[in-house]
Design a protein around this ligand. Structure first.
Ligand SMILES: [Zn+2]
Length: 357
């Protein structure tokens, strides 16, 4: 039976209690065992609230991604400095990536370890978001590291990424989502698309290590960034990104759309380049706008998408996570859950009107 699947991207704003514990942990005031108690409580509460929205697949709200969706795997790694690549946002604030100082490149923490700890709290299937190999590749500095050439780094990066994805499936992930926010940003940095193509190539080197069946459960998320209610690449035309994006050997694409200026045009581009056996989860919730969408509005957005994309290849999502960086509290938790509830209800309304479910 054809249904309209709906999935969140992943992150939910942390409670002050968790953020305060994280600050104390970072300052060395509490130990890892004490911190774990805070994480566990945060995940338990978040999963329960996500299930209460009616979601049939949930994440752990990324409560254990200590500081951000980009750097969680290398945080507390000893061979990193904090002065890496800078990502400027529209409102003038910046985020800075870690910089690898010496080899080898290893994750200090795997998302599958978090998933294994979160899974017992869930009563429905779970998805796990991870950062892309292409974003991780930006940790390697512009100048080669002595005795650790870039090609050696890339080989180790690919191995770590494969281990991460296999680990997520082994820990029970129904879906694995690769966050690829730098895809759209790359066109801003290099309008020729050269950087984008190198990112696609690198991510495909990881994806090629998986079977067709496994790739059906792997997805890629694209967005213009969402941090402190600001974006980094919303001005980049989807026409520059989407044709290359669908070259990724993944089965699912989670595409920011609600906040797009010209949705109709963007949906047409998705429809034109989406390949058979790929599913487009269209963003129907604008995570930047604090106003909570009604289920009717969501329903209308789904029906709009269904005019262009075959329903067998359609799903819905939020435009981005609600708090990709741990200290971003620009969205209230209650607002995030209310928006997710509207997505779930509005998608079900649309499915009914389309004669599905
Ligand atoms: Zn995003």
């Amino acid at each position: 039976m054809t249904t309209l699947p709906t999935e969140a991207i992943g992150s939910i704003p942390r409670k002050e209690k968790l953020m305060d514990a994280q600050r104390r942990f970072d300052a060395g005031e509490i130990n890892a065992a004490a911190m774990e108690i805070y994480y566990d409580e945060a995940v338990r509460e978040t999963v329960a609230e996500l299930e209460a929205t009616g979601s049939l697949i949930v994440s752990d709200g990324e409560q254990r991604k200590a500081h951000s969706f980009v750097s969680y795997s290398v945080e507390r790694g000893m061979n990193f400095a904090s002065d890496g690549v800078v990502i400027p946002f529209q409102d003038g604030h910046v985020r800075q990536l870690p910089r690898l100082v010496t080899g080898p490149f290893r994750f200090a923490r795997y998302a599958y370890e978090s998933l294994a700890l979160s899974k017992p709290h869930a009563h429905v299937p779970m998805k796990q978001a991870i950062i892309s190999a292409s974003a991780l590749s930006l940790f390697y500095p512009h100048q080669d590291i002595p005795d650790y050439p870039r090609n050696m780094f890339i080989e180790e990066l690919l191995n770590e990424q494969e281990k991460e994805i296999r680990g997520c499936f082994a820990a029970g992930a129904e879906k694995v989502q690769i966050d690829f926010t730098e895809g759209r940003l790359s066109i801003k940095l290099d309008p020729t698309g050269g950087i984008l193509n190198s990112f696609i190539e690198l991510n495909n080197m990881v994806l090629a290590r998986f079977s067709v069946e496994e790739r059906r459960r792997i997805g890629v998320h694209t967005c213009p960034g969402a941090d402190h209610d600001s974006t980094h690449s919303a001005d980049v035309d989807y026409a520059e990104l989407l044709p290359s994006l669908f070259e990724l050997k993944a089965g699912n694409f989670y595409i920011a759309m609600a906040g797009e200026k010209d949705r109709e045009r963007s949906l047409k581009i998705v429809a034109r380049y989406l390949k058979q056996k790929q599913r487009a989860f269209i963003g129907v919730i604008d995570v930047i706008n604090p106003r909570i969408e009604t289920p009717e509005e969501v329903c209308a957005r789904v029906l709009e998408a269904a005019r262009y994309i075959p329903v067998e290849q359609l799903g819905t999502t939020d435009d981005c996570g609600f708090s990709p960086f741990c200290d971003d509290v620009s969205t209230q938790r209650e607002t995030a859950f209310a928006k997710i509830r509207a997505r779930v209800q509005g998608t079900a309304m649309a499915a009914h009107q389309l004669g599905l479910s």
